[in-house]
Each structure stands twice: as C-alpha cells, then as structure tokens.
Design a protein. Structure first.
Length: 250
C-alpha cells in the first residue's frame, strides 16, 4: 500500500493517535492494530486484548524486509517527527527513546510533560487537537552507529481510559565508532497502565505525568506552560515501573 494512500485511509479511520513520519513498523498492514494503545481495543470486533511491550510485538520484524530502515539520522542531528491525531485525550505526556538491541533495552532522549499531543485549549478536558503536531528532538552527539535502531514514541494520555501508546519505526543512525547493537546508557522508558504491573504502575485520570528523575536524568525535558493536571508520577515504587524492569526486558 503506498504511504500516501495509507495516510488517507488513516484520516478516515476511528483512531486515537499515531506517528505518521517516520513510517512505523507494519504501516502497510492493519490500521486498527497500529492506532490502538498497547492496552488493546475492547470495542474492536472481535475485541483485541493487551499487546506485547514493546512496539505491540512489531519489533520482531526487524530482521526481515519489514524492518528495513525508513530514515537515516546522524548523531548530533535535530530530528523532527510528526503524528496524526483524532482523539487527543486532553494531551498528556510523551517520551521518545531508542533501542539498538531490537527492543530489549531503551534509552530516553527527550520528554514532553503536559499538552502532548498539543490540544487547542490546553488545561481543559478536550479531544480537539492542534493541527500542528511536529516535534523535534536531538540525537545525542556521542551516540554510536546503529543499523535498524528502533525509534519509539510513547504517550501516556491525560483523560479517557488509563492507557499506554507506543509507536515504533526502524532507522539507521550514523554516529561514533563501528556499528553496535548495544543501547547507549541513559534513562529507561517509564511504562504505566499495563498488565501485569498495572496496579503498581498507573496514572490518575485527568493528569499529565511529571516523570520521576530516573526516567529523564540528563536529557531534555519540556514542560508545558499550561496543561491538564500536571502531577508527579506518585506510585509507591516508581523505580520498578521502567522498561529496565525484568517484567518488560526482552
């Protein structure tokens, strides 16, 4: 399916939010699976249950033609990605991360706290999104060279069902040294609202997450001036809610 045709079909679908560029893994397949959160879609026919972390399991395509890189980036480069929104869930908070080892480990490179995705009336309960949904981050200058690196965008919505969205794309990164399959050191992703740790790692309704230091240390964090319910991730043991937890590793 041509990419422009896919975007046309996506615009007519009933969806939440989805990275449009760079094209995600399996962009040419079932739109329903691409647009839903990892929690699944109980309203689908038949209903769809929770999908695997990471990437809904799509990262298993990396070794085949479905994992061909869709972008080539350079360490130190500013990269812009964009996504298509139909249900903004009052914004929320987002992170972007990279994995050099096929999704086993992750390193966060930038975080947006509040009003992500952007809505027309920040700080309110709304599904009306801002039409401008481009976001820019910088790949750290000291990051190594990697082939078929996974670029992941993660969103924790502010309102609606307690969900966790993740969209993954395959990219090449030209950096320092030879090609490596070791993910650089840095903060792991915060993972919330998913079984089997949903009761321990959850977010409150009508809140935009302020990430614990473990998940942002040493990386850029952009906090919205106005957002719905900016609030710290206040669970008993937030350090156990990361992509480095043995519940999610590999």
């Amino acid at each position: 399916m041509p990419w422009k045709l896919f975007l046309f079909l996506l615009s007519s679908a009933s969806c939440h939010l989805f990275v449009g560029n760079p094209p995600p893994l399996r962009w040419h397949q079932d739109i329903t699976l691409l647009i839903m959160p990892l929690n699944g879609d109980p309203n689908a026919f038949p209903p769809i249950g929770q999908q695997p972390f990471p990437c809904k399991g799509f990262h298993t395509d990396l070794d085949g033609p479905g994992g061909d890189p869709v972008a080539s980036w350079t360490a130190g480069q500013n990269v812009t990605f964009s996504y298509v929104v139909q249900s903004a869930h009052s914004g929320g908070s987002c992170q972007v991360a990279l994995s050099y080892d096929k999704g086993k480990t992750w390193v966060v490179v930038q975080t947006w706290e509040g009003n992500c995705p952007r809505v027309q009336t920040p700080g309110t309960v709304t599904n009306i999104y801002d039409v401008y949904q481009n976001y820019t981050f910088s790949i750290p200058e000291d990051f190594p060279t990697g082939h078929r690196v996974i670029f992941a965008w993660v969103w924790i919505n502010a309102t609606g069902n307690r969900e966790y969205y993740m969209s993954c794309s395959s990219v090449n990164i030209s950096g320092s040294g030879p090609v490596t399959t070791t993910t650089p050191a840095g903060p792991p992703l915060l993972v919330a609202n998913l079984d089997p740790m949903k009761k321990e790692c959850y977010t409150k309704e009508e809140t935009s997450v302020i990430y614990p230091q473990k998940y942002v240390a040493g990386t850029p964090v952009y906090q919205a001036a106005v957002a719905l319910g900016l609030e710290c991730f206040a669970v008993p043991n937030p350090d156990a809610c990361g992509s480095d937890s043995m519940t999610f590793v590999g």
